[in-house]
Design a protein around this ligand. Structure first.
Ligand SMILES: Cc1ncc(COP(=O)(O)O)c(C=O)c1O
Length: 440
């Protein structure tokens, strides 16, 4: 390695030790965050190394990262992009590709999902003029109630697009069966579930397409970042094209004529031999990430086994600490046949005891324990629905009673790998203190 680069990387390591190495937790002074970056000097060294390469767009680090993630998950293809929301947009837009011929989605087609979750799982459905059909949830798994899906399916239904809520896999067995029976595409929003297993296989690899987010609190981070993965070569082609401006060409950034017929083909109604680099087979975007992000990701991939172990252990510790808090609180439950790599610990404040989610979360926040609601709760009640609320832009199948209950009564706390036993015990003590103050 270049001598100067070696020195810079050595100094970077020292900088990490001085400025970023985790410090001991001080009760009553330090906040217990729900999530955060889990990294060491290696991530910073990779980032600095990539910055010295100064490639600035996707390149060799991206290639390494995409292959590494595909290898970890056991899938054929992976495309790195700039966020989990972009990953969902790419996954959905790929289903509209003319490459899929009669199986391509069109405006007006219905897509089964839930109203309870992160908004950008369903946003692309609406953006393409398709119709999200909201099915109710089940507790305490906090996923779609798989027994209510079949009655929500209509002749217009073409796909199912769902997240594995906070790492807990939805019932993939039943949902895959329904997809096969009705010829539906399945997109797994795996943004909160990287490393979760269902029947011994990673979530995100059961459906036609899986997506990840690498925003800092997630299982692993690249700062901003996301990924789309699939085993289907046609979907992969559509995903890459949509990600890279909609182009037909698949040359990597800065490379020319990978296909070997750059100036020899007839495309659409263009003149013969029109430069393939500027031929567009989709109405795409530019959702690429950079090598700087991929370099961080390469170091993070190495940590995934440890991250998964710690998230599972932290979940167990919270569960053990909160024994005896039921019936006041309902604790989360893993989906049958699954081994979740939890993103967070969901707690449902039971009705009938004079307790409230608002009061409890305020109590925790006042005592420096960070809490989160289950994202949008029920997305239909949000201002973004104001203009379409009474339209047929979306459909509710049956009722959303459990969804509303989750919106009103559930919240979550962290299980991320930076969460030490001391922090966990402090969080659960605060929950128990609240119950004590309420007379329980
Ligand atoms: C389930 C789910 N999907 C998608 C996203 C969006 O990811 P990003 O923040 O990287 O856009 C999130 C974000 O946290 C999420 O929780």
């Amino acid at each position: 390695m270049d001598k100067l680069k070696e020195q810079i990387l050595e100094l970077t390591k020292q900088y990490y030790e001085e400025h970023h190495k985790p410090k001991a937790f001080e009760v009553g002074k330090d906040k217990v965050n729900y999530g955060g970056r889990f990294f060491d000097a290696q991530e910073m060294e990779n980032l600095v190394s990539a910055s010295l390469d100064f490639w600035l767009t996707n390149g060799e680090w991206t290639d390494r990262f995409e292959k590494g993630l595909a290898n970890y998950l056991g899938v054929k293809y992976c495309a790195f992009c700039n966020s989990g929301s972009s990953a969902n947009l790419l996954a959905f837009s790929a289903l509209t590709s003319p490459l899929l011929k009669e199986r391509a989605l069109h405006a007006g087609d219905e897509v089964i999902s839930v109203a309870c979750g992160f908004p950008t799982t369903i946003t692309p459905i609406l953006q393409y003029g398709c119709v999200p059909v909201f099915v109710d949830m089940k507790l305490p798994e906090y996923n779609i109630d798989e027994n209510k899906i079949e009655e929500a399916i209509s002749p217009k239904t073409k796909a199912i697009m769902l997240a594995h809520t906070l790492g807990n896999p939805f019932n993939l067995k039943k949902i895959k069966e329904l997809c096969e029976k009705y010829g539906l595409w399945l997109i797994e929003d795996n943004c909160d579930a990287l490393g979760s297993m269902y029947e011994g296989k990673y979530t995100g690899t059961f459906g036609d397409i899986g997506t990840s987010s690498f925003y800092p609190p997630h299982h692993m981070t690249t700062g901003e970042g996301g990924a789309v993965y699939t085993n289907n070569p046609i979907l992969y082609r559509a995903i890459k094209s949509m990600r890279d401006w909609g182009r037909d060409c698949w040359c990597d950034s800065g490379r020319d004529n990978t296909c070997g017929y750059r100036f020899t083909k007839q495309f659409g109604q263009l003149p013969l031999g029109y430069d393939h680099k500027y031929v567009y087979s989709h109405f795409g975007y530019n959702l690429k990430a950079t090598d700087l992000q991929a370099a961080i990701g390469c170091a993070q991939l190495e940590k995934l086994p440890e991250i998964g172990k710690r998230r599972r252990e932290n979940f167990e510790r919270i569960t053990n600490n909160l024994q005896g808090c039921e019936p006041y609180l309902t604790l989360p439950k893993a989906e049958e046949n699954s081994d979740p790599c939890w993103f967070g610990y969901l707690i449902y404040v039971n009705e009938g005891y004079g307790l409230s989610r608002l009061e409890l979360t305020k109590y925790l926040e006042d005592h420096l324990v960070q809490t989160r609601n289950l994202f949008a709760g029920n997305i239909i009640y949000h201002p973004c629905f104001d203009e379409i609320r009474d339209s047929d832009a979306y459909r509710v199948a049956g009722d959303l009673t459990v969804t509303d209950n989750i919106m009103n009564n559930a919240f979550w706390i962290g299980v991320y790998p930076g969460m030490t036993n001391e922090k966990i015990d402090y969080m659960t003590d605060m929950i128990k203190n609240y119950l004590k103050e309420k007379g329980y």
